[in-house]
Design a protein around this ligand. Sequence first.
Ligand code: PAF
Length: 280
Amino acid sequence: MIILKSTIELNNWFIENLNGFVENVGFVPTMGALHMGHASLIEKASKECQIVVVSILVNPTQFNEKADLLSYPRTLENDIIVAEKAGGTILFTPSPKDIYGGTPYAEPVDYGPITSTFEGFSRQGHFDGVVAVVDKLFLAVKPNRAYFGSKDLQQIAVVERMSNERHPNIKIVSCELIRDENGLALSSRNIRLSYAGIILAQNISQELKTVAERVKDGVDMIDSVEIAKKKLKNLEGLELEYISGVNCKTFSISPENRGWSHIIVAARVEGVRLIDNIEL
Ligand code: PAF
């Protein structure tokens, strides 16, 4: 696997090795601490593209809590192994200063509900940072296809909107959410959970599954979400932030349940913020 640590190294590699001619370049942007969820994105990209660039950058502008940024896991040696095994061609590890061309800064972005509700509301400024860094990474990597995991369902809506406006030739590929054998959605933050924390966190995906099953059995969606909300709120050690039905394209907060495509949830366990979702 080729490791390139700056935008200049990346540009030079493309010029020297492909003579400026770009075949089908797949891109998997990450913040490192790679797990099987990331590996599945890289594997999918490597089946569909000749070259797969995996970036690792813990992007400071998308963290609304300093403690979260500082404690974000950094596991580069293992990341190299995971990315290579999954079929990555290039591991791109720029510094924030390099990718931002100076001090990292994110312009405020207003795409309506998709940037202001749920994750946008709970993590003020988060999507400003995501838009800023993904835009800059797209400019640096110039991919044909970019792969994102659907655990971050709202992020996909935001990135699609940004990309439609600023990079209309890049295809955004939304990939399946990957879970562990007990249903917990894989996340780099799971490393910070104790064994007891993992067991407690598994309630999140179990409740989502139960909501979806109830809806299939004909229970009203709002009632079904309310039952799950009560259950999660009563679990000691789990702090529920939200659980709600949404339409994955609009993320609008509407009292009507028509048009819901997913149930989304955010909760904290042992101080670790976890998100998850299920398609209805
Ligand atoms: O999903 C992530 O890991 C990050 O938000 C992303 C897309 C790599 C931007 O920093």
